[in-house]
Design a protein around this ligand. Sequence first.
Ligand SMILES: CC(C)(COP(=O)(O)OP(=O)(O)OC[C@H]1O[C@@H](n2cnc3c(N)ncnc32)[C@H](O)[C@@H]1OP(=O)(O)O)[C@@H](O)C(=O)NCCC(=O)NCCS
Length: 246
Amino acid sequence: MSDVSSRWCDVLDWDSQFWGLTVARLRELPRSREDLVAITEWCSARGVDLVMALVPASSTSALALLSSSHFEEMDRRLTLVGTPAAASASTVSTSHTVVRVAHDGDKSRLGDIASVSHRDTRFYRDRRFPASRADDLYRQWITNDIDGRADIVLCADVDGVVVGYISLVINADRATATISLIAVDPQYVRRGIATSLVRQGAMFCADQGVTSLSVATQRDNQRAMAFYHSRGFRVAHEDVWLHRWT
Ligand SMILES: CC(C)(COP(=O)(O)OP(=O)(O)OC[C@H]1O[C@@H](n2cnc3c(N)ncnc32)[C@H](O)[C@@H]1OP(=O)(O)O)[C@@H](O)C(=O)NCCC(=O)NCCS
């Protein structure tokens, strides 16, 4: 007999290895208490330590069911959508900023920026994750993007100092692209550096035939929200990240 319960979750190999835990992600939303029981049984049969779920904010009944089963809300994720044309139109003067393709020699510096820049995310909100490992996660993330997970990683130099990055993934449809990560060294914010990074990234995407850019961020990340709005991005949908530990 096939394992019927396996329809509910996938074990995430990369995440499990990184955290030293068995981490799974819910694939289908529960519609009843029986579904919740099936999920719980599947997780305990496989020794799952953490199951994560990304649920549309509009799915109120699924959210209520999951909350009743010890899934805790960790983050409200907003997906914003813009166009390369709008994102590359900028009036900010950044004469001291040079944007260039990042290479292996930038990994350490970009990792340092990444490790202090994404503290609004669920990996920090969920206190079960050690904060130092969450720092490592973002260091690893930008390293993996440079190693080829992203289609392009750009970094910004100011007077020879690397002060920020953007990584972009062109999606399988080749018409849309996603900002994987973007950050600017806290000492260099509000100088138009992210604007320059997005502009160059958007120009790269437009050259590749991309017509739509998206990015996910936390609803509570007010700096990021203000920044994306200023670059012409608008909220397309809202999802909720939930975690349940066993
Ligand atoms: C969000 C972030 C990338 C912006 O970088 P930045 O280089 O400071 O952005 P810019 O200087 O190009 O800002 C352009 C515009 O965005 C808006 N903006 C940027 N930061 C803002 C803030 N803290 N508060 C309000 N508006 C802000 C403003 O309209 C700004 O124009 P202005 O300075 O002329 O008013 C930076 O704050 C950062 O690295 N944050 C941490 C990482 C992060 O949250 N990344 C996004 C999610 S992956």
